[in-house]
Design a protein around this ligand. Sequence first.
Ligand code: NAP
Length: 324
Amino acid sequence: MRRRLSAGTRRGRDFVPVAYSVAAMRIAITGGTGFVGSHLASHLAEQGHELVVISRGARASGAAGPAATRVTADVVSGSGLAAAFAGCDAVVNLVAVIVERRGQTFDAVNRQGAANVARAAVEAGVGHLVQLSALGADPDPRFGYLASKWSGEQAIRISGIPHTILRSSLVFGPGDGFFVKLARLIRRTPPFFPLPIAGDGRTLFQPIAAQDVARCIAIALERGPDPRVLAIGGPDHLSYEQIVDIIRRQVVSLPRMKVHIPVPAIRPVAALMAAVMRDPLVTPAQLDLLGHHNITVPGAVAAGFGFEPQRFADRAGYLRRRSR
Ligand SMILES: NC(=O)c1ccc[n+]([C@@H]2O[C@H](COP(=O)([O-])OP(=O)(O)OC[C@H]3O[C@@H](n4cnc5c(N)ncnc54)[C@H](OP(=O)(O)O)[C@@H]3O)[C@@H](O)[C@H]2O)c1
């Protein structure tokens, strides 16, 4: 049974209502302990929704609050998902990998995992599945991550589950897997060394804050299934080199020389890092992203979701904090 709630945000101990109200739902989030998942869980918990947070349990997460139910399940086998979804109004699928290792391949997790989530949601009688996909999702098999994200979308479409597919540009915020690593690379490059820029630096991105992705998903949940593919991104188109400049200003005080290194020259290093490091600085799939602009229209979120997303340049201060 849905309850009507006032939506709002918590400032200190005060709940600050906003001008609309949302119906409280029971929502399962697969991948709810990850980077985007943690932001979404805390946003939905603040709105008063009841949450079921599902992952393999490799990382801790308190983001969903003490009232959330935590379930350990693997989307690759799909076992236990339907039981976890029982009684849920909606499911949000945030499980994906950007580095392949052992059983966690792009195909197994990003395609088959999405198919298993969709099938289990149908079995459990869930009314709405929200899938977070990526801008650039495309069947071209040369780009494994993007092709698997596309296949995941198709699996959901043919499953019969009422759904909404959001395609996001790069997501930033504490705990992200891209900007934080660039900050680390810049911090670790000796001051007299030029900063390495992969490729010509001209590929465009549209960084969107994790809290804004969470807001878009919450609005999609409230609106219900939508047959369109909804592209989301921040307010600015920024070239890769502009992104590096913004991060550099956060982490080191003096300007640095830059050197452009062709992507094919970096690819073997990235493949080696992905094979031997638990948390590689750059992955082959991320290098693939440099091959295509990763953008939608700058006003996509304002037009599609009714709010102004935050600018990366205004919100990059979190990158000053050191991480490993
Ligand atoms: N981050 C971005 O810039 C970005 C941009 C566009 C789209 N997206 C999409 O947004 C979604 C979330 O990305 P993210 O950056 O938040 O990823 P993330 O931080 O790596 O989180 C992945 C989540 O999935 C869980 N997981 C991984 N493998 C699993 C499996 N086999 N079965 C069940 N759970 C599994 C992880 O927990 P365990 O490891 O404990 O299982 C974790 O909770 C993905 O679909 C991604 O494609 C992200």
